[in-house]
Design a protein around this ligand. Structure first.
Ligand code: AMP
Ligand code: ZN
Length: 467
């Protein structure tokens, strides 16, 4: 592995691009804040998932597949989930199970590899309570009207990640003023649950009565402790999470645990926003596009290629034409692969022209430009097996070119006949022809044509594609 390039990552904590040096190259640790599972993920959420999947793929390449431990959580207890359950009349667990599975499927379709660990918050309530108890014992947390709050005045380093002073925070509009708080910027670790809300009994020594549930920030600190022991290498999330969510994770974890002088993670990475025009895409603005819907019309690789078209820290403006261009570009790759169908790809390393930009703070647009150059070089290549192998190896690290070119050009079903229905009709057509039932064979050709499906008979069988 000595000739691998070094990885450089922009660390939001220092504000600089830094050389990445893991604590232990045999066990590189990565945690990313995952979705709150009360609804479909939007394409902005998918950008975060794809960006950190890209990082995971690069880490696996540099350190080995078995030497990277990646955890991404599911927030399955939250006010928004409770509200969704009240509105629909469904059980909370029915909602969270459904949207957890949909998230996994949809992100899988975008080539997002399953993380090694996918902890759900409700599986770690005991750990969260234990973390709160430690904070209370050490004087960092206090009880007030059924809540347990973190006392930010006890943590002098509060604000180091977001570079916001405690005074600015208190003056800021983003903290909720409440009578049970000592300081306006103190945040909730545990809050009371109403009768009809899910809740867990608090340990007696907290001095509060009744059932309650964890605050969102606490969930990640507890799940990180449960998944990894001690400080982690990389913590990721969208830039909106930098304050207060990540600042609060640092405060909780550093005050409760024994992390030395590491602010929970040694490298903090934040992806930029995906926007619709000038606006951030968000559920509250109502301007959302769902990968779940896009996947009806577009292959997941097209969506992924579009999401990788901007470096992860840069803003990305989402448009229909971005999808169209991405489809066209991938078509050009698949056409070259189709022409190379009879060539067995040689097993090749990832070309450095593609790996090097990815190692430079995940510069995906530059890696994609290098892929275009590789593709254009195939026509002149003397060793076609090596050229094909290089293109496929480059595609694999970016999570594209994973399909059979024939399948690619067949396109998406988008509500029409499925692949298996088409195959069944074609089989019936062959049977009809050999039984000399040409009327039925022609009829099947017409049925397919009416659905925009073109068929082409050749010596090796019948090829088909959606028009
Ligand atoms: P949420 O379910 O809203 O907590 O978001 C899940 C992840 O998506 C977090 O890392 C967010 O920071 C990220 N995210 C949310 N909206 C956007 C957006 N418009 N663009 C990029 N990332 C986003
Ligand atoms: Zn988090």
């Amino acid at each position: 592995m000595t000739d691998q390039p070094s990885l450089f990552l922009h660390n939001s904590f220092s504000g600089h691009k830094e050389k990445f040096v893991p604590q232990n190259p045999n066990r590189v640790t990565l945690y990313v804040c995952g979705p709150t599972v009360y609804s479909y993920a939007h394409i902005g959420n998918a950008r975060a998932a794809v960006a950190f999947d890209q990082l995971y793929r690069v880490l696996r390449e540099l350190y080995g597949k078995n030497h990277v431990l990646y955890a991404r959580n599911f927030t399955d207890i939250d006010d928004k989930i409770i509200a969704a359950a009240k509105e629909s009349g469904e059980d909370i667990s029915a909602i969270t199970d459904k949207f957890t599975k949909i998230y996994q499927q949809d992100m899988g379709a975008l080539g997002v590899l399953a993380p090694d660990l996918e902890p759900a918050a409700t599986e770690h309530i005991q750990h969260m309570q234990d973390l709160i108890s430690r904070l209370m014992t050490k004087g960092h947390a206090y009880a007030g009207e059924g809540h347990i709050l973190f006392d930010i005045s006890t943590y002098a380093d509060y604000g180091r990640l977001s570079k916001i002073s405690q005074d600015e925070m208190i003056a800021g509009a983003r903290v909720e003023i409440a009578p049970y708080k000592k300081n306006a910027a103190d945040f909730v670790l545990w809050k009371p649950s109403k009768e009809d809300e899910p809740g867990w009994d608090a340990p007696e020594d907290w001095g509060i009565k009744g059932r309650g549930r964890p605050g969102w920030h606490l969930e990640c600190s507890a799940m990180i402790e449960a998944a990894f022991d001690g400080p982690i290498d990389i913590h990721g999330g969208g830039q909106d999470l930098r304050f207060p969510h990540h600042e609060n994770e640092i405060a909780q974890s550093c005050c409760a645990g024994d992390l030395g002088d590491v602010p929970l993670a040694r490298y903090w990475l934040h992806n930029g926003f995906l926007t619709m025009g000038d606006d951030k895409m968000s559920k509250s603005l109502g301007n959302i596009v769902l990968p779940h819907d896009l996947l009806n019309d577009w292959d997941g690789e097209v969506i992924r290629w579009a999401l990788l078209s901007a470096q992860y820290r840069q803003p990305l403006v989402w448009t229909q034409s971005l999808l169209q261009q991405s489809k066209k570009q991938l078509d050009r790759f698949y056409r070259v692969l189709q022409d190379l169908a009879d060539v067995t790809a040689a097993n090749m390393p990832i070309p450095s022209s593609v790996l090097a930009p990815l190692c430079d703070d995940l510069n995906s647009p530059e890696a994609m430009a290098a892929m275009h150059a590789l593709r254009d070089g195939v026509a002149k290549a003397t060793d076609r097996a090596a050229a094909k192998g290089e293109l496929l190896a480059a595609g694999a690290i970016l999570g594209v070119l994973q399909q059979d070119p024939e399948q690619w050009f067949r396109g998406k079903a988008a509500g029409g006949l499925s692949d298996s229905e088409i195959e069944a009709l074609l089989a019936e057509r062959i049977a009809a022809k050999s039984a000399k039932n040409y009327a039925r064979a022609d009829e099947i050709r017409d049925i397919l044509a009416a659905q925009g499906i073109m068929i082409e008979d050749s010596k090796t069988g019948t090829k088909w594609r959606r028009g």
